[in-house]
Write a protein that binds this ligand. Structure first.
Ligand SMILES: Nc1nc2c(ncn2[C@@H]2O[C@H](COP(=O)(O)OP(=O)(O)OP(=O)(O)O)[C@@H](O)[C@H]2O)c(=O)[nH]1
Ligand SMILES: [Mg+2]
Length: 679
């Protein structure tokens, strides 16, 4: 059978995988191998094409998507090098929206395989074809064949090993490519050299090649027949199956190499050129007619010092020109992201991933189309719920006004950032995926928006309630010159069941307090309830006005309001006030070998475990459900990640208020007093 034509047209590849697996280094090697750059930089030396932002360079880690175009022979690609840190998973998710396939970079270390789970799940759930690149093969201590079962554990799809190593002593010096059945020795930063399959590798080659063909034949009857008849299948059938089964997401090919020395990188590029499907496949996956009218989607927004706002977008259909009006805004600059200098374009075609200049309203994830109005929006990446919060304020008071606007711009770039003013504590709270994520956000606010923030642990919204009832008289009387002030009330104060809030009751009969003053009494009570005897808002309390007096001339709304406040101020301390702390419902998700540790963390933080269950759709994972005091949640994610190789996570929501007494309550009150004194 004749080999079908190789996929054509521009394709976009996301380079993903755990923290420090070597993704940015791999991008550098891909660019070098394809001739896009003449010299390779190193992450440790701060001179790579990726990680150019100050925030990334300073930390020697990727903190956002690096998009770089490279023509691999005649095939145009855009590579999206994604950050590996779990704190920047949102970036990866946003990039994958526009990817035809993903290269999952990992290390040859069975102990690190579990770190792949979050990304593998994301890929499986979104149906994006992906292959594994086992990097740092120069440092591998164990055998590749022993690594494979550990990697298979984290993949729902069958892994298909495409190469076997050739060794000299402990060092891997080359590989046999199982599809073409040819052997190569590595040459640093150069193409590998074709050799005879060494004798010592023949047996391993036979075994691995048969295993590969067997897996491919699970989805191809012709191949199955050939194998049963013990015939070596035609090479073209093998290549065709590899491409078809990757496209359909049936298999996960596994290649290996060393990004640092460029070993195996050209082989990887070849697999991408021949096997990654054309953009029409990804377009169909998200429901776009690739032959329909122009439509594009934003994968990332950059705010740059020189070019202003740039929107990295995948064009799913049609042609878009510089100057076109998309969603009511004119594109001012159409660029291809090249290594070094970006390439100016007059038009960009379906399948390309390009930068649109100065679309001020456009946000990451938005769908764009020509015309005034935004088109029907395509599915976006899920937004990760925040797991870490800090209270922030402008370091310089004059800059307070800039805060909201600057954070809004930051959120256009990074949808995983949340920002709100807390209704109870009045603090501005910035929330995100962890400490480093927020630190990077602060750095960006400073460098791009000229705003320096002060941050601290947010206050917990404590409340208070009462345990006993009382009645109280309150009178406000003042005689000063002509017009006096007079208000007089008798109120009943009673606790309400938890969660019932505040109820005001008017029980006045016979007009002893005229109707028009009653709202003022309620207002006086409500005012008081903002700061109860302990200084916190009071909840779950019933107050009834049942008696009082007035004066025809001297009574006023203000006088009655004041009388009500006086009654509350005197009455409430007699009602046995008690502190209430917010309790959240948390769902902690961890691989099940860590479930008992998760339980310990929760118990150690005064949590109450409600139960645990298998995590739906995540084989080998549990979800522990618990009630946890909010005051214990600030650094929960930090501890959870440190005990679970970074993969453990949680979601939370406010659940109820619960009485807090004893030493812990005393501490809260002492701190609150200190805080108020400092204000
Ligand atoms: N020995 C060896 N080291 C490598 C290889 N590839 C990368 N490294 C080193 O691994 C470290 C991390 O490399 P990066 O390319 O920054 O890794 P990354 O996956 O982009 O990291 P993040 O984006 O921060 O997740 C650097 O010190 C690299 O020099 C390799 O093939 N072999
Ligand atoms: Mg990186």
């Amino acid at each position: 059978m004749a080999l079908k034509t190789k996929p054509r047209g521009p394709r976009t590849i996301a380079i993903v995988g755990p923290y420090l697996a070597g993704k940015t280094t791999l991008l550098e090697s891909i660019l070098h191998a394809s001739g896009a750059i003449a010299r390779k930089g190193r992450v440790t030396e701060g001179n790579t094409v990726g990680d150019t932002s100050a925030e990334a360079r300073e930390r020697q880690m990727s903190v956002e998507i690096n998009a770089v175009a490279a023509d691999c022979q005649d095939d145009p690609f855009v590579f999206l090098d994604c950050p590996g840190s779990i704190e920047f998973l949102q970036e990866t998710k946003n990039a994958l929206v526009g990817a035809d396939a993903a290269v999952v970079v990992c290390e040859p270390d069975t102990a690190k395989a579990a770190m792949l789970v979050p990304i593998m799940k994301t890929l499986e759930q979104s149906g994006i074809p992906h292959l594994l690149f086992v990097n740092k093969i120069d440092k591998a201590t164990g055998a590749v064949r022993d690594l494979l079962p550990a990697l298979q554990e984290v993949s729902a799809k069958p892994l298909v090993l495409r190469q076997v190593p050739i060794r000299e002593g402990d060092v891997i010096t080359g590989y046999v490519d199982l599809a073409s059945d040819r052997a190569f020795v590595y040459r640093d930063d150069q193409p590998s050299e074709l050799i005879q399959i060494p004798k010592g590798t023949v047996e391993r080659r036979d075994e691995a090649r048969f295993a590969m063909l067997e897996k491919l034949s699970d989805f191809d009857d012709r191949l199955m027949e050939a194998l049963l008849e013990e015939k070596d299948p035609p090479r073209d059938t093998v290549f065709e199956d590899l491409a078809q089964e990757l496209k359909e997401g049936l298999i996960v090919p596994v290649l290996f190499g060393s990004a640092e020395t460029e070993h195996g990188v050209r082989r990887l590029i070849k697999a991408l050129r021949h096997e990654v499907p054309e953009h029409t496949v990804a377009a169909a996956r998200i429901g776009v007619d690739p032959n329909g009218p122009p439509i594009a989607q934003i994968l990332k927004t950059y705010v740059t010092p020189h070019s202003g706002k740039l929107s990295l977008a995948r064009i799913w259909a049609g042609k878009i020109e510089d100057g076109a009006v998309l969603n009511g805004e004119r594109v001012a600059g159409l660029l291809r992201p090249r290594a070094g200098k970006q390439e100016k374009l007059a038009t960009a075609q379906a399948g390309e991933t390009v930068l649109f200049g100065r679309l001020e309203q456009a946000k990451t994830g938005d769908t764009l189309a020509p015309g005034k109005e935004p088109p029907k929006q395509l599915p976006r990446a899920e937004t990760l719920p925040p797991v870490f919060e800090l209270a922030v304020e402008a370091a310089n008071r004059n800059e307070e006004v800039k805060l909201s606007g600057a954070v809004q711009k930051l959120m256009d770039e990074d949808p995983a950032i949340r920002f709100e003013q807390h209704a109870d504590t009045h603090e501005f709270v910035l929330a995100g995926q962890g400490d480093i994520h927020l630190k990077v956000a602060f750095d960006r606010l400073r460098s791009k928006h000229g705003l320096t923030l002060k941050a601290r642990r947010p206050h917990v919204a404590y409340k208070e309630a009462i345990r006993k009832a009382t009645t109280q008289h309150g009178r406000h009387k003042r005689q000063s010159g002509g017009h006096g002030q007079f208000g007089d009330v008798h109120i009943e104060i009673k606790p309400l069941p938890r969660g019932e809030g505040f109820v005001f009751d008017n029980k006045i009969v016979g007009g002893v307090v005229p109707k028009n003053f009653i709202p003022a009494v309620e207002e006086g009570v409500r005012d008081y309830l903002n700061h109860g005897p302990m200084g916190f808002p009071v909840v779950d309390v019933y107050v009834a006005l049942f008696d009082g007096q007035y004066h025809a001339v001297d009574s006023s709304e203000l006088a009655f309001k004041t009388a009500a406040r006086i009654a509350m101020t005197e009455g409430m301390p007699k009602c046995e006030p008690v502190l209430l702390e917010p309790i959240c419902k948390v769902e902690v998700a961890v691989p099940n070998e860590h479930t008992s540790k998760a339980n310990q963390i929760i118990s150690g933080r005064r949590g109450q475990i409600l139960g645990f269950d298998a995590r739906p759709g995540w084989t080998g994972w549990d979800v522990v459900t618990a009630h946890l005091p909010q005051s214990e949640m600030h650094d929960l994610i930090v501890e959870l990640r440190s005990l679970t190789q970074g993969v453990g996570t949680y979601t939370w929501s406010f659940d109820h208020l619960q009485e807090l007494t004893g030493r812990l309550a005393d501490n809260v009150l002492a701190q609150h007093k200190q805080g108020r004194a400092a204000e």
